[in-house]
Design a protein around this ligand. Structure first.
Ligand code: HEM
Length: 413
């Protein structure tokens, strides 16, 4: 006889509430998610006046990012922080990351067409050369600030090169990046005026770069991008500029923090570091991919449900904030053997690495991020194999984009 028993679906109210403070750096999110993942696919995290639901398992990623089920958060991210207008609000309203449907397509296409894999691969020698320059300057000179004087320099100098920014403008360009990077994530309200002042200057600078490329195309990325936006003809001036500022900001904090955490893990696993030093070019990709898995710097992919969504036996109502927990999924034993172990030799690395997101908003700069991460690791392994961490190993502060607290290293000659 057929089994006629029907399992009742659980409701939003049945999703267990996580009563642990995720903002507390003393609490290991990995331990927490590891304990929970087996027991429940979803947890609710109190957030402001409401809650956010976290999806903990790899099997649910596609459902959570599908445009049939969810949409990206738009300016409500900023409104929740009390920002309703001004330069930060305008930037968020115009950038591809916080757009949906046609607006997202319109903004992403010219970037996707021109910020291409081939161009990024061509940046490998440049990334290796910038890294070699900084390593050589500091070799045998004692402890130095790896976070500020190395990891932050690489993405800024490389994107400046791609955009054709003269070296003399680098200091002010880097200041704008460091002042305005948090516009994308959670803005410290006390710093809002300062951030906005820098953003206005930054916007004016990018406007000038774009105008120069229009007046005399140089056959580089920015000239091609300007031509692509003109060909599509449906972007406003503000949108054209916001995608360029967005590329610069989205690629800064993410790449530098990832660089720190991957090198730190390698130095804490001397046998794997020795392997990389013995074969930098053969293992740089594996090392970088494992660093991205083991300590991802973007903690989740937040979305809003656009319909009642059934997921792993629960019904989540339309209008709920639902986030793929990248931290949890990248340690899901359903995908990774021995997930709590840092292992650059693992054979189960996924081709579409979740550290770069999933679906329509998948990272537009992943090829560049990989080039930078791989070349930096290879350069340190080749030129300074005796590198050591000075003081405490870096820790990631919690947040949407997790940032490193500090990192001092010594390149021993
Ligand atoms: C280790 C480095 C990086 C990591 C871990 C990373 C991660 C991510 C993730 C997870 C998303 C998707 C967010 C979402 O769907 O809500 C994203 C989007 C994006 N990233 Fe990255 N990223 C990195 C480096 C870069 C670089 C170097 C650039 C450009 C220079 C860049 C540009 C972008 C852009 C423009 C988007 C928005 C794409 C869209 O909305 O269609 N990222 N990134």
């Amino acid at each position: 006889m057929a089994d006629t028993a029907v399992t009742a679906l659980k409701t939003y109210a049945d999703i267990p509430v996580l009563d642990w403070d995720l903002q507390n750096p003393e609490v290991s999110s990995y331990k927490l998610f590891g304990d929970l993942r087996e027991k429940t696919p979803l947890v609710k995290v109190p957030m402001g006046m409401g809650s956010m639901v976290l999806g903990l398992r790899a099997a649910m990623v596609d459902d959570i990012v599908s445009p049939e089920n969810t949409r990206q958060l738009e300016t409500e991210m900023k409104m929740m922080q009390g920002i309703f207008d001004g330069p930060i609000f305008d930037f968020i309203a115009q950038v591809m990351l916080f757009a949906n449907g046609d607006a997202h397509q319109r903004r992403r296409q010219p970037v996707a067409r021109t910020f291409a894999f081939k161009l990024m691969e061509a940046m490998r020698p440049k990334a290796a050369a910038v890294a070699a320059e900084i390593i050589t300057e500091n070799l045998g000179k004692g402890s130095f600030n790896f976070l500020k004087d190395f990891a932050a320099q690489i993405p800024a100098r490389i994107i400046a090169d791609i955009l054709g920014i003269p070296r003399s403008d680098l200091p002010v360009f880097m200041k704008w990046i460091s002042d305005t990077a948090e516009s994308i994530g959670f803005v410290d309200v006390a710093r809002r005026a300062e951030i906005e002042q820098s953003l206005v200057e930054f916007n004016a600078y990018v406007d000038k770069l774009l105008a120069d490329c229009r007046a005399s195309p140089r056959g580089d990325f920015l000239s091609d991008y300007v031509a692509a936006t003109a060909a599509s003809g449906d972007m406003t001036e503000g949108e054209i500029r916001a995608q360029v500022v967005g590329l610069i900001l989205a690629g800064s904090d993410t790449t530098r923090n990832s660089m720190c955490m991957t090198l730190s893990q390698l130095l804490q696993h001397p046998a794997q570091w020795a392997d990389l030093c013995a074969n930098p070019d053969g293992l740089k990709k594996k090392a970088s991919e494992e660093g991205l898995r083991f300590e991802p710097v973007v903690s989740g992919i937040p979305r809003v449900t656009i319909r009642d969504l059934e997921i792993e036996g629960y019904v989540i109502p339309a209008g709920a904030v639902l986030m793929v927990s990248i931290l949890s999924v990248l340690r899901d034993p359903a995908v990774y053997a021995d997930p709590e172990t840092f292992n650059i030799h693992r054979a189960d690395q996924q081709r579409w690495h979740l550290a770069f997101g999933a679906g329509a908003h998948r990272c537009a700069g992943e090829a560049l991020a990989r080039v930078e991460l791989e070349e930096i690791l290879a350069a340190v392994a080749r030129l300074a194999p005796n590198t050591r961490i000075v003081g405490a190993a870096p820790k990631l502060n919690p947040g949407a984009i997790r940032t490193v607290d500090q990192m001092q290293v010594e390149f021993i000659a």
